[in-house]
Design a protein around this ligand. Structure first.
Ligand SMILES: [Zn+2]
Length: 237
């Protein structure tokens, strides 16, 4: 039977494993009206609010895409079309190695409101009874970072591994935007670090909705559990 939802008794997984809620890039530019709006991205918000309001977390992590002007991921930087790809030099390569870079509209530019967390998320982070960590990524001019753990070539890691290990975290529950890019990369890296990983499927939306099932299958093949909020709640309580 589920625990009550009163403020004094939030739901927590009863197996004793320390669990973090991972909020991937819930920023205005990825929500309807934003520069890189994910279709129905706002539909995840009730699920995200529920996870923040009714569950007890050992840690809440919010990642933020955080690009300088003229970032390598912007189509405008290359005078190319958005949603195409280009080849870019791997920043540290001495042998001319290249990386494939997806090209996007300018988004989450440092100092702009499009990079702000959605206000309902921000207010819950501000009032959270749990410890909160914010991880900024994609801040290097010459390389993109889909994962909240590292850039796309694993040249530099963010503080996320350190934050998770220093808090004794064993399980990550992942929601956010977008399924096929930053959620995917973050969940795969979570498995690479061998964290138990749960992706809440009604708490994510993709840029390319037709890829969703393939992405969820891929995440399952990495050992992530894909569950609805209801399934997670039943299992947790
Ligand atoms: Zn970005």
């Amino acid at each position: 039977m589920a625990n009550t939802t009163s403020e004094s008794k939030r739901i927590r997984y009863n197996d004793g494993k320390k669990t973090a809620l991972m909020l991937v890039d819930i920023q205005y530019d990825f929500l309807p009206g934003g520069a890189l709006a994910v279709t129905d991205g706002d539909k995840i918000l009730p699920v995200v609010y529920d996870l923040l309001d009714r569950f007890d977390w050992d840690l809440v992590v919010a990642s933020a895409d955080d690009h300088p002007k003229g970032h390598v991921s912007f189509a405008s930087t290359h005078n190319k079309d958005c949603f195409a790809q280009t080849s870019i030099p791997e920043p540290r390569s001495k042998t001319g190695a290249t990386l494939v870079q997806d090209l996007w509209p300018d988004h989450c530019v440092q100092g702009t409101s499009g990079g702000d967390f959605e206000s309902g998320v921000q207010s819950r982070l501000d009032a959270s009874p749990s410890k909160v960590a914010v991880i900024r990524k994609g801040s290097h001019q010459d390389i993109d970072s889909y994962s909240a753990f590292a850039d796309n070539a694993y040249l530099v890691f963010t503080d996320l591994p350190k934050v998770l290990y220093s808090n004794g975290i064993e399980r990550l529950v992942v929601v956010g935007l977008a399924t096929d890019f930053c959620v995917r990369a973050t969940a795969i890296d979570s498995r690479k670090f061998n964290f138990e990983t749960v992706v809440i499927r009604d708490g994510i939306r993709g840029v390319f909705a037709d890829r969703e099932e393939a992405v969820l299958s891929e995440l399952s093949s990495w050992g992530a559990q894909v569950q609805t909020l209801g399934e997670y709640e039943n299992e947790a309580s």
